[in-house]
Design a protein around this ligand. Structure first.
Ligand code: DGY
Length: 330
């Protein structure tokens, strides 16, 4: 390669990563508040060797075909459902992500949403803010206790385990989990029990979603699943919005099929401002901010940059989604 490799970065990411990228590459950084439109992204990647993408950028076969020189896509996220990994692999393109560094921040947010939904914190805040607080009420604002309850983790990976540790260690919860793969560490450390999804939905007081989004998990929490949950149950989603059928969730919250929900992700993102879900008192919604701490985002930026640079240099990526591409890389 003559000169520095050309890369496109689809949004301003923390300097901890951007500085590394700028030093080694000719970097075009999209400074817009919103993601680059599809046509712009396609034009930008046409002569690029590397791409830093966000979960809001769709990296599909058509986009990859528009980038004949592309060697690596480095996603600034642990989730990579925005990327057609099979299409990248078929074209000899490496894909990287940012696992590990956002585990605690994301588990903290899951727990924060759980406590907020269980104890009706946001509802109470709005009540006070609206000047409706008249007196101490023996029967007002009653929520759910956390101690000694049953937690159901759907997807016992790094983040699911971190959430389960918080709930088991701090609140003595019994832990059930549902996953394709057995997690022996969770079983040893937390006495977690692997169960089928129906058992988890029936027995858990709190159901927390930590699964990848793929064709098997899309809509895993649909109307039928919600009906299996307890009327006192709380659903937490810090993974991906489309794991949940949002219309069914809205109905379940309106009709008391479940008690409350805490969501850091929605479908779509952002939700339609007229979506009735946004008006419900028993839902707490955050704008996909589970990894949004200074230290975590810096660490994500650094891994993201290191993945990009390794991909450009023909080295193994530190966090490599498709290592099977080795041997036939572009
Ligand atoms: C991810 O990394 O996948 C989160 O959704 C954003 O940090």
């Amino acid at each position: 390669m003559v000169g520095k490799p050309k890369v496109f970065v689809t949004r301003v990411i923390p300097e901890a990563g951007l500085a590394l990228i700028r030093e080694a590459c000719e970097a075009d950084v999209w400074s817009g508040e919103l993601p680059p439109p599809e046509a712009v992204l396609r034009a930008k990647v046409a002569d690029c060797d590397g791409l830093v993408s966000l979960l809001t950028d769709r990296i599909d076969a058509a986009l990859l075909d528009a980038a004949p020189r592309l060697k690596v896509v480095s996603n600034f996220a642990v989730g990579f459902n925005n990327i057609d990994v099979a299409a990248a692999t078929a074209r000899g393109i490496c894909v990287g992500n940012t696992p590990g560094v956002l585990t605690d921040a994301t588990a903290d947010m899951a727990f924060c949403l759980l406590i907020a939904a269980a104890r009706r914190v946001v509802e109470g805040h709005l009540h006070v803010q609206a000047g409706r607080w008249k007196t101490w009420e023996p029967l007002g604002h009653l929520g759910q206790d956390l101690v000694g309850r049953t937690l159901g983790i759907v997807g016992m990976g790094r983040i699911g385990l971190a959430m389960a540790r918080r709930c088991r260690g701090g609140w003595g919860m019994r832990v059930l989990y549902h996953d394709r793969i057995r997690n022996e560490q969770a079983e040893r450390e937390l006495e977690a029990q692997l169960v089928d999804l129906d058992t988890l939905l029936r027995e858990a007081d709190f159901v927390s979603l930590h699964a990848d989004l793929n064709e098997q998990t899309r809509g895993i929490i649909n109307a039928a699943a919600l009906r299996k949950m307890k009327p006192t149950a709380i659903l937490i989603n810090t993974a991906r919005g489309p794991l949940v059928d949002q219309k069914a969730l809205t109905e379940a919250l309106q009709t008391g099929i479940i008690f409350a929900a805490g969501l850091d992700v929605t479908d779509p993102e952002p939700p339609d401002p007229d979506d009735p879900l946004l008006r419900l008192p028993n839902v707490v919604i955050a704008p996909h901010i589970a990894s949004a701490t200074v230290r975590t985002r810096n660490a994500m930026a650094e891994i993201c940059a290191r993945n990009l640079l390794a991909g450009l240099r023909g080295e193994p990526l530190p966090a490599w989604v498709n290592p099977e591409v080795a041997g036939r890389r572009r």
